[in-house]
Design a protein around this ligand. Structure first.
Ligand code: KG4
Ligand code: ZN
Length: 352
C-alpha cells in the first residue's frame, strides 16, 4: 500500500497567514497568524497592510507548522498553495514563498483554488475527529467574506456552480450589518454575539428568496437595516425597544433562513447524498443548527477553526490533487478573480 504523502499547505489569500501539514487527510499541524487586530483599527481589511504582514509572518508560520508536525522539509512530497481568488498582493506573498520553498526543497507545487479549499475543509481529519467522509454526489454551500456559492460535485475536484450571490456575499452582509449597528469588526462573530441578547421577532426584515433561481441576494436585507437605523435610534440596552440586539438577531435570522432554506431545497431537488457547509460564515452557530434541521440529507460542517481561512483545508485539497497527478509548475501566477468552475477537470457538461 502506498503511504499517504506529507503535504505542506500555504494560505495567504486575505488577512490570515496560514501554514499546515497534513498526511493524506490527517491534519498534523495547523498554524494561523491572524491580522484581525491590526485591521480592526481601520474597521476592515487594508490590502496593502495585509500583504506586508504576510511578508513578515510567512516564514515563521511555515517553520512552526513543520515543527508542530514534527517533520523535516525532506519528508514533504509537495507544497499546496492558494493562488486565487483573493487579494492580489496577499496571494503573491504565499505563492512566491511556496515557489521558493518548492525550488529549495525540490518538491512539486500544487495550485489550489481558495473556494475548493473551503469545500475540502470537510475532508480534514483532526486529532479527535472520525474518518467519516462526504459521499458523492453532493451539494456544498460556500459562505465566506467574498463568496456565497452553491456548488454541485459529482466527484472529487469536479465543481458545477448552481447559484451564487447577485450582490453582497453572506459574510460581507454580516460585516456591513455590524458596521451599521456599531458592533465592530469582524462583523459575523459580532452580530452573532449581539443576537444572543436580542429577539429577532421584534424587528421585521425582508427575505430575498429569488423564487425559481438558485442565486442569493443580501443587499435588500442590508438596505432594510440601513433604513431602520436611519429612521430610529436603536437603544444599546436590551430592555428598551427598538434595540441593537433585536436588530442583529433579526438580520441573522433573515440571512440564516434564506441560506439554510435554499440549500435544503436544492439538495432535495438534486437528489444529492449529502450537504456540505463551508467558509467563514459556516462558523455561525444558528446557521449550523438551522442547516442540520432543514436538510433532507446528512450535513457535514467543519470544526470552527476550519471554517475561517486556514491552510489545513489547502493541504488536504492538495492531497486530492496529488492523488490525481495534477501538479503545478514553478511558473504559477496568482489569479485574484479565479472562479471555481474554471478548474481543470470540471467537465463543463451538466444537465440542469
Ligand atoms: O472564509 P473567510 O475566513 O474569508 C474569506 O474567504 O472571505 O470568511 C470571513 C467571513 C467574514 O465576513 C466574517 O464576518 C464571517 O466570515 N464570519 C462569520 C462568523 N465568523 C466569521 N459570519 C457569521 N457568523 C460567524 N460566527
Ligand atoms: Zn476564505
Amino acid at each position: 500500500m502506498i503511504e499517504s504523502p506529507y503535504i505542506l499547505g500555504i494560505e495567504t489569500s486575505c488577512d490570515e497567514t496560514a501554514a499546515a501539514v497534513a498526511r493524506g487527510r490527517n491534519l498534523l499541524s495547523n498554524v494561523v497568524a491572524s491580522q484581525v487586530d491590526i485591521h480592526a483599527r481601520y474597521g476592515g481589511i487594508v490590502p496593502e497592510v495585509a500583504s506586508r504582514q504576510h511578508i513578515l509572518a510567512i516564514l515563521p508560520v511555515v517553520d512552526r507548522a513543520l515543527g508542530q508536525a514534527n517533520i523535516k522539509p525532506g519528508d514533504l512530497k509537495a507544497i499546496a498553495v492558494t493562488y486565487g481568488p483573493g487579494l492580489a498582493g496577499s496571494l503573491m506573498v504565499g505563492v512566491n514563498a511556496a515557489k521558493a520553498l518548492a525550488l529549495a526543497w525540490d518538491i512539486p507545487l500544487i495550485a489550489v483554488n481558495h473556494l475548493e479549499a473551503h469545500i475540502y475543509a470537510n475532508w480534514v481529519i483532526e486529532d479527535n475527529g472520525g474518518e467519516e467522509e462526504p459521499v458523492f454526489p453532493l451539494l456544498c454551500l460556500i459562505v465566506s467574506g467574498g463568496h456565497s456559492d452553491i456548488v454541485f460535485m459529482r466527484d472529487h475536484l469536479e465543481y458545477f456552480l448552481l447559484g451564487r450571490t447577485r450582490d453582497d456575499a453572506a459574510g460581507e452582509a454580516f460585516d456591513k450589518a455590524a458596521r451599521l449597528l456599531g458592533l465592530g469588526y469582524p462583523g459575523g462573530p459580532a452580530v452573532q454575539k449581539a443576537a444572543e441578547h436580542g429577539d429577532g421577532k421584534r424587528v421585521k426584515l425582508p427575505r430575498a428568496w429569488l423564487r425559481g433561481s438558485d442565486d442569493f441576494s443580501f443587499s435588500g436585507m442590508k438596505t432594510a437595516l440601513l433604513r431602520l437605523v436611519t429612521s430610529e435610534t436603536l437603544s444599546t440596552s436590551p430592555g428598551s425597544h427598538p434595540n441593537v440586539f433585536d436588530a442583529a438577531a433579526a438580520f441573522q435570522e433573515s440571512v440564516v433562513e434564506v441560506l439554510a432554506g435554499k440549500a435544503a431545497a436544492i439538495a432535495r431537488r438534486r437528489g444529492v447524498k449529502c450537504l456540505l457547509l463551508s467558509g467563514g460564515v459556516a462558523a455561525n452557530g444558528p446557521l449550523r443548527r438551522s442547516l442540520q434541521e432543514t436538510s433532507p440529507v446528512p450535513v457535514f460542517i467543519p470544526s470552527l477553526s476550519l471554517c475561517t481561512d486556514n491552510a489545513a483545508m489547502v493541504a488536504v485539497c492538495g492531497y486530492y490533487y496529488w492523488m490525481a497527478g495534477r501538479l503545478s509548475g514553478l511558473n504559477l501566477d496568482v489569479v485574484p478573480g479565479l472562479p471555481l468552475t474554471t478548474q481543470q477537470g470540471s467537465s463543463g457538461v451538466f444537465s440542469q
